[in-house]
Design a protein around this ligand. Structure first.
Ligand code: 4AD
Ligand code: MG
Length: 452
């Protein structure tokens, strides 16, 4: 492997004997030489190469078209043009893999819709290259955030028999023939699904290791064709023993701030580029998120504010109903004008595992809402009292037989504990300004779409 273009462009001095390899973005031919702009994905910038007529390989220059893979041997010299610091004066050019005129990324300005149909090629564009470099760095920052705070990374199962959220949005995993429904004869001798959340298993690990987090793929068969829902998405789920709802909200806010800061620190080139072409307010928003405190509202306060707002929403606001995303967006974008955590929701609209508050009506739930997206985090303090958990399960129709292992955590050394789920793609949308979840996942799975 040769040095990347990013490494070459960061060079301190002129260098002989360099090798640059990448894909041709553009070629311009002059009388006695050609300019090749190479990009290898290591950074946003291209490396300009000057290829003189007559050097070895120049006879193939006509095939070094946009999209072709090329190797340049040469000398890194100060650029004579103004745009970049360094360029390569080629001593040899090698065509590694040609790309004919059917290469679809010849010209700029394709729509995101079209680019989704060529998801195998779109990472070679400046926009998607930027998004996927950010995705990698953000994933690393997630691990850093938790590892620096003494959390252990645990792997929870992808195939599971439990329905954590109880929303009936699970994909079945089966080896039965189509039409067969005797699940005792199925692979696992019971019904099995792709996980919607690693939380329940995460709780078992937190009540042993103290502070844990999961970071893995989750699956939801919700047929909501929105810009913020995918059928396969990555979730980060910390779970903390000896933790209450307030500490849980503190941690979620700290994490969102940390990830926004990491975007500014580690992806300055992408912040500038995305700020120019995708979201003019990006840098300002990231700085705002890092520097300013977030707000908090109880569900009861939020409902009262929404009802007083005078806004006519598509869905009416009523105490006891779930907040719709239009309500969440209004709260964070118009009312608070900053990220806001809504907490203490009515128990009837939340899953069985959330801790009942002393009022007997609400549970210790929280959702962190951000401008432009709405809900980015959902979490809660968990019900740690055995009898109350059993009562919740009975109400939700969950059998103690199936969830006995989960109930055991309340039987043996039960402690207050709490956690949350941060949607990784939603966080990516927030730090890049990319408005559609389909454009922050290399290969998005949404209703009707499982290409590639
Ligand atoms: O609010 P949710 O459903 O919470 C849970 O699953 C809890 N078990 C988490 C926990 O307490 N450990 O999902 C958490 C987050 C949401 O706030 C959202 O950011 C993201 O996951 N999310 C999705 N992202 C993309 N596509 C979908 N279909 C999503 N559903 C949820
Ligand atoms: Mg939620």
């Amino acid at each position: 492997m040769s040095a990347t273009i990013k490494e070459l462009l960061a060079s301190e001095a002129v260098r002989d004997g360099v090798v640059a390899q990448g894909w041709v973005r553009t070629r311009r031919d002059s009388k006695a030489f050609s300019f090749l702009e190479l990009n290898d994905g290591s950074c946003l910038k291209n490396l300009q190469c000057i290829v003189d007529e007559g050097i070895p390989g120049y006879e193939h220059i006509a095939q070094c078209t946009t999209g072709a893979a090329v190797r340049i041997d040469g000398r890194l010299v100060a650029s004579r043009g103004g745009a970049q610091k360094w360029e390569v004066q080629a001593t040899a050019v090698t065509l590694l893999g040609g790309a004919d005129e059917s290469f679809p990324l010849q010209k700029k300005g394709h729509s995101p819709e079209f680019l989704r149909t060529i998801a195998h090629l779109r990472p070679r564009t400046s926009l998607y290259g930027s998004v996927f470099r950010v995705r990698s760095r953000l994933a690393y920052a997630v691990h850093r955030f938790f590892q620096e705070r003494g959390f252990f990374y645990v792997h929870t199962p992808i195939i599971t028999a439990s329905d954590c959220e109880g929303a009936g949005e699970m994909f079945r995993v089966t080896t039965l023939a189509p039409g067969a429904d005797d699940f005792t004869k199925d692979f696992f001798a019971k019904q099995a699904f792709l996980t919607v959340s690693g939380q329940l298993e995460g709780e078992t690990m937190a009540t042993a290791l103290g502070k844990i987090y999961t970071f893995g793929p989750t699956f939801r068969a919700e047929n909501s064709n929105t810009t913020r829902h995918a059928a396969e998405f990555w979730m980060i789920e910390p779970e903390m023993a000896f933790c209450d709802l307030v500490q849980d909200m503190d941690m979620a806010e700290a994490q969102v701030k940390y990830l926004a800061q990491s975007m500014l620190d580690e992806s300055p080139e992408e912040v500038e580029f995305l700020g120019k072409f995708v979201d003019k307010g990006l840098r300002e928003r990231l700085e705002f998120v890092v520097n300013r405190p977030f707000e908090r509202l109880s569900y009861t306060e939020a409902v009262a504010i929404l009802q007083r707002s005078g806004k006519s929403f598509e869905y009416p606001v009523a105490y006891g109903q779930n907040l719709q995303s239009e309500h969440e967006r209004w709260l964070t974008e118009e009312h608070c004008r900053c990220p806001v955590t809504v907490y203490n929701y009515p128990k009837d609209i939340k899953p069985f595992y959330m801790r009942l508050n002393d009022d007997g009506q609400t549970v210790a739930a929280m959702d962190l809402l951000v401008p432009g997206i709405g809900e980015i985090v959902g979490g809660s303090q968990r019900e740690e009292r055995l009898d109350q958990l059993q009562a919740n399960m009975a109400q939700h129709g969950l059998s103690e037989e199936a969830y006995g292992w989960y109930v055991d955590l309340r039987r043996y050394g039960s402690v207050p504990h709490a956690g949350y789920g941060l949607g990784f793609e939603r966080m990516l949308m927030f730090v890049t300004g990319v408005p559609n979840i389909r454009d922050v996942i290399p290969f998005a799975r949404t209703p009707g779409h499982c290409e590639f």
